[in-house]
Design a protein around this ligand. Sequence first.
Ligand code: ZN
Length: 264
Amino acid sequence: MPEIVDDKKTVPAEDLARFDVMLRSAGRIVAFTGAGLSTEAGIPDFRSPGGRWSRMKPILFQDFLDSDEARRETWRRRFDMDGEMRRARPTRGHRAIASWIKAGKSPAVITQNIDNLHQASGIPDDAVIEVHGNTTYAACLDCARRYEIEDLRGSFAATGEAPRCDGCGGFVKTATISFGQPMPEIAMQRATQLAKTSDLFVVVGSSLVVYPAADLPRLARKQGANVVIINREPTPGDRYAHLLLRGEIGDILGNFVLESGAKP
Ligand SMILES: [Zn+2]
């Protein structure tokens, strides 16, 4: 394991060189991304100290189902962050990960982010495994009909009421997984399978505290993958890493854009 000095911002050159070798020699890279990847895009890490969720109590899924006021508050919060969501563009980190997929070295990316920035970086929808869903659109909880956020805004502003489905009257909610809502089964199965079959598993900007996704680095390592964790802060998963790169994610990953056709 490399020596990591917490107060040192620069990642040692030999660690970057080790990552370069791992990346180029890997046949099946799987990246697992979290909030730290998108902060450079202007999307706050809601869970971080001082982040939105440390100041506002999360709304539990059951409360959303049970209470008109909880549904209104959920939508108020969603529209409050809409400016940040719409302005956000993929970062250097997103572009590097997209290049691994485009180069044919990586089948898919697993993400805890709900901001759609992997898709915006050019990765096809079916190669983005979203374990916490997606907040850039909404769906009816009963019939799954899709709704665009933009189309819901007007009636919310006019009536102050949370949207209901035109088709079946069900509750309309952003396509995210709320606290207390079951994890999306198919996405979790695909994520687990990808972790187990990767030969290089790269955690990017996840604090690795939200289970079951936080267990993926352990699974990957157990199946023989090299595990690399890129994050500003230490994580509980660090003990499963062969290499820790601690610093600004964009600064680090900006060095690792693969050319298409770079397959060994
Ligand atoms: Zn419906």
